[in-house]
Design a protein around this ligand. Structure first.
Ligand code: 4AD
Ligand code: MG
Length: 427
């Protein structure tokens, strides 16, 4: 029931499931879920008669029903309404529903993900995920970007060859996309400012609370744009997403007991910027003796850097040796590239990775060879540097990382309906 408050005083018929129930001799309280909301239905024996009241009393968890009744204002609940039930018709019975209101272990819940999705917490997370997707399209359309869909089956490996899912493509070898970026660069040369949103796949042997094997990414790419301007778009975009969630998902943030004042802080721009060099120095001064220039950061390092700010923070210009082949070399230094990772506060880690792209034909070709990639496979990509090449930059925002952070969820597995993890492809 959308915009339920408009129905106050009116008679409605709603398809719903029973999530819980309590009853006494004369009155039954049904907790109902219609997909949009979790709301209360009140069945009064004196109003509905013995027969319907007996049906109400017999309802078990997750039985599907059609209820008829009158919408009433309910100022005690945040939702603002409840249903005074007049009639109940059972559609589908449910017996021994495995997920009961008591606590269950994570593995049990993951095995029952197809049912776990019905819970109010999962409902709230999926609503926030939906809002982030909706606001993404709104933001990039307002900013004049064109939505472009890169392929899923590809012959390229933009983020390195170790994490590829191989598959047969008739008599050729193909991979599942790790990132649409290279195709988005071609699209930016055709359409100026573009963005994609789609699934990406990484055969990462990482079993952390931040890694999925299959995740969804937003990848904007902008022609005639340098890295510093790209950073401004990135922070504006993230702030826009959080503003939209605060505006449209108030109820769900409350369900998740998310600190909204904290989220409000994250909408204030600009975000701080710190160079990789400075970050290494800071870490070394603060007891991270293991880290030396040239190392990639692990999550304790990222968390320490993130704690230097009360908003997301950009780490700029990483060593060339630990970043992908396509990143543009710093104009004054051979050892670093023009890139940035946006690190979220509260230990949620890297939300965005992005860079300016190498546009020099020879340098790019050298890099492709150095990374052990087949330059034949990338000849179309090199073409982009032959015909009217322009400075361009782009970035990728991991949807589930964003959802996990904004909803304040502990583990990324709850931010996608059916997570693909190192040890799990069921259900
Ligand atoms: O930093 P990454 O690997 O960057 C790229 O793929 C670039 N080609 C993007 C671009 O410039 N167009 O990934 C981008 C983001 C990360 O910051 C993170 O949020 C997310 O994707 N991500 C993952 N999310 C969940 N599980 C994983 N295994 C992830 N790997 C990356
Ligand atoms: Mg990255």
């Amino acid at each position: 029931m959308k915009n339920a408050k408009e129905y106050v005083g009116k008679e409605v018929e709603i398809g719903a499931w029973i999530t819980n129930k309590r009853s006494s001799g004369k009155i039954a309280f049904l907790q109902l879920r219609d997909g949009d909301h979790f709301f209360q239905g009140i069945v009064v024996k004196n109003d509905v008669g013995e027969e319907i009241f007996d049906v109400a009393k017999s309802l078990t968890q997750e039985t599907s029903v059609i209820v008829q009744g009158i919408v009433q204002e309910d100022t005690r609940s945040k939702l603002g309404f409840e249903l005074l039930v007049q009639n109940i018709t059972v559609v589908g019975e449910s017996h021994d529903y495995p997920i009961t209101p008591k606590e269950h272990g994570t593995e049990f819940l993951m095995d029952h993900r197809h049912l776990w999705l019905r819970s109010s917490k999962q409902h709230a997370i999926m609503k926030i995920r939906n809002e982030i997707i909706r606001a993404t399209y709104e933001f990039f359309n307002e900013e004049g970007f064109l939505k472009v869909d890169p392929p899923i089956l590809t012959g390229s490996a933009p983020e390195g060859t170790t994490e590829l899912f191989h598959t047969e493509y008739f008599d050729q070898e193909a991979y599942l996309s790790q990132s649409g970026q290279l195709y988005m660069e071609a699209a930016a040369m055709a359409f100026g400012k573009v963005f994609s949103f789609g699934p990406t796949f990484r055969a990462e042997k990482s079993k952390t609370r931040r890694h999925l094997i299959e995740f969804w990414m937003m990848e904007p790419e902008m022609a005639f744009m340098h890295q510093d301007e790209s950073l401004e778009i990135q922070e504006k975009y993230v702030s826009y997403l959080i503003t939209s969630v605060l505006k449209n998902c108030d109820l769900y943030l409350d369900t998740l007991e998310r600190d909204k004042e904290l989220l409000k802080k994250y909408t204030q721009l600009p975000y701080d910027r710190i160079s990789y060099d400075e970050a290494v120095e800071l870490l070394q001064k603060n007891g991270f003796e293991d880290i030396k220039w040239g190392d990639d950061f692990g999550s304790p390092h990222e968390t320490f850097i993130a704690n230097q700010s009360d908003k997301p923070i950009f780490i700029l210009n990483y060593p060339k040796s630990i970043k992908p082949f396509y990143m543009k070399e710093h104009p004054d230094r051979e050892d670093v590239v023009l890139c940035a990772d946006m690190i979220a506060p509260e230990g949620y880690g890297e939300i965005i990775g992005g860079s300016e792209r190498e546009v020099d034909y020879e340098k790019l070709k050298d890099q492709i060879v150095k990374f052990g990639l087949d330059s034949e496979e990338y000849s179309w990509y090199l073409d982009l540097r032959k015909y009217g090449s322009v400075p361009h930059s782009g970035f990728g925002l991991g949807l589930e990382r964003m959802v996990t952070w904004i909803s304040g969820t502990e583990h990324i597995r709850e931010s996608i309906p059916f997570p693909r993890l190192l040890n799990r492809i069921y259900p």
